[in-house]
Design a protein. Structure first.
Length: 115
Protein backbone atom coordinates (compact mmCIF):
# COMPACT_ATOMS: atom_id res chain seq x y z
CA UNK A 1 0.00 0.00 0.00
CA UNK A 2 1.36 3.37 -1.03
CA UNK A 3 1.22 6.30 1.36
CA UNK A 4 2.44 9.77 0.52
CA UNK A 5 3.36 12.15 3.31
CA UNK A 6 4.11 15.85 3.34
CA UNK A 7 5.93 17.58 6.16
CA UNK A 8 6.93 21.13 6.83
CA UNK A 9 4.78 24.09 5.99
CA UNK A 10 3.39 26.40 8.63
CA UNK A 11 2.94 30.13 9.13
CA UNK A 12 5.37 32.76 7.89
CA UNK A 13 5.35 36.47 7.21
CA UNK A 14 5.45 37.80 3.69
CA UNK A 15 8.96 37.68 2.31
CA UNK A 16 9.87 34.69 4.43
CA UNK A 17 10.74 31.13 3.52
CA UNK A 18 9.37 27.68 4.18
CA UNK A 19 10.23 24.18 3.09
CA UNK A 20 7.88 21.28 2.48
CA UNK A 21 9.10 17.74 2.02
CA UNK A 22 7.42 14.76 0.44
CA UNK A 23 8.19 11.19 1.48
CA UNK A 24 6.43 7.94 0.84
CA UNK A 25 6.06 4.36 1.91
CA UNK A 26 5.40 1.56 -0.51
CA UNK A 27 6.99 3.40 -3.41
CA UNK A 28 10.44 4.75 -4.16
CA UNK A 29 10.17 8.43 -5.02
CA UNK A 30 13.72 8.30 -6.32
CA UNK A 31 12.49 6.51 -9.46
CA UNK A 32 9.31 8.51 -10.02
CA UNK A 33 8.47 11.88 -11.47
CA UNK A 34 7.01 13.93 -8.63
CA UNK A 35 5.07 17.15 -8.56
CA UNK A 36 3.95 19.68 -6.00
CA UNK A 37 0.47 21.15 -6.26
CA UNK A 38 -1.45 23.61 -4.12
CA UNK A 39 -5.05 24.47 -3.45
CA UNK A 40 -6.26 27.68 -1.88
CA UNK A 41 -9.78 28.00 -0.40
CA UNK A 42 -12.37 28.36 -3.14
CA UNK A 43 -9.85 27.68 -5.90
CA UNK A 44 -8.94 24.70 -8.01
CA UNK A 45 -5.85 22.69 -7.25
CA UNK A 46 -2.97 23.97 -9.35
CA UNK A 47 0.38 22.58 -10.35
CA UNK A 48 3.36 24.35 -8.78
CA UNK A 49 6.50 22.44 -9.74
CA UNK A 50 7.71 19.04 -10.82
CA UNK A 51 10.92 17.08 -11.09
CA UNK A 52 11.71 14.05 -13.19
CA UNK A 53 14.21 11.25 -12.74
CA UNK A 54 16.76 12.27 -15.39
CA UNK A 55 20.15 12.81 -13.75
CA UNK A 56 19.67 15.14 -10.81
CA UNK A 57 16.16 15.73 -12.07
CA UNK A 58 14.89 18.15 -14.67
CA UNK A 59 12.60 20.68 -13.10
CA UNK A 60 9.64 22.74 -14.22
CA UNK A 61 7.83 25.54 -12.44
CA UNK A 62 4.61 27.45 -12.73
CA UNK A 63 5.21 31.02 -13.81
CA UNK A 64 3.80 32.27 -10.51
CA UNK A 65 6.61 30.65 -8.50
CA UNK A 66 9.48 30.65 -10.97
CA UNK A 67 12.57 32.19 -9.41
CA UNK A 68 11.19 31.87 -5.88
CA UNK A 69 10.57 28.14 -5.43
CA UNK A 70 13.04 25.32 -5.92
CA UNK A 71 12.16 21.63 -6.17
CA UNK A 72 14.86 19.08 -5.43
CA UNK A 73 15.10 15.38 -4.74
CA UNK A 74 17.26 13.41 -2.34
CA UNK A 75 17.51 9.95 -3.84
CA UNK A 76 19.28 8.53 -0.80
CA UNK A 77 16.35 9.51 1.38
CA UNK A 78 13.77 9.09 -1.40
CA UNK A 79 12.28 12.50 -0.68
CA UNK A 80 11.30 15.49 -2.77
CA UNK A 81 11.52 18.95 -1.25
CA UNK A 82 10.02 22.27 -2.28
CA UNK A 83 11.97 25.23 -0.96
CA UNK A 84 9.82 28.33 -1.01
CA UNK A 85 11.42 31.76 -0.75
CA UNK A 86 10.02 35.28 -0.96
CA UNK A 87 6.61 33.96 0.02
CA UNK A 88 3.59 36.13 -0.54
CA UNK A 89 0.06 35.93 0.87
CA UNK A 90 -1.17 34.57 -2.46
CA UNK A 91 1.06 31.54 -1.90
CA UNK A 92 -1.13 30.52 1.05
CA UNK A 93 -2.67 27.13 0.31
CA UNK A 94 -2.60 23.47 1.16
CA UNK A 95 0.39 21.98 -0.61
CA UNK A 96 0.24 18.42 -1.93
CA UNK A 97 2.83 16.13 -3.41
CA UNK A 98 1.85 13.76 -6.19
CA UNK A 99 3.53 10.98 -8.10
CA UNK A 100 2.88 11.95 -11.69
CA UNK A 101 0.77 9.62 -13.82
CA UNK A 102 -0.53 7.81 -10.76
CA UNK A 103 -3.34 8.26 -8.28
CA UNK A 104 -0.91 8.77 -5.40
CA UNK A 105 -1.37 12.01 -3.47
CA UNK A 106 -0.36 13.13 -0.03
CA UNK A 107 -2.81 14.47 2.53
CA UNK A 108 -1.47 17.98 2.16
CA UNK A 109 0.25 20.45 4.42
CA UNK A 110 -0.90 23.99 5.14
CA UNK A 111 1.22 26.96 4.17
CA UNK A 112 -0.01 30.31 5.41
CA UNK A 113 1.69 33.60 4.56
CA UNK A 114 0.64 36.64 6.52
CA UNK A 115 0.90 40.15 5.12
Amino acid sequence: QVQMMESGGGLVQAGGSLRVTCSASGIFLSIKDVGWYRQAPGKQREWVASIDTAGRGRTNYADSVKGRFTITRDNAKSTVTLQMNSLQPEDSAVYYCHVLDTSYWGQGTQVTVSS
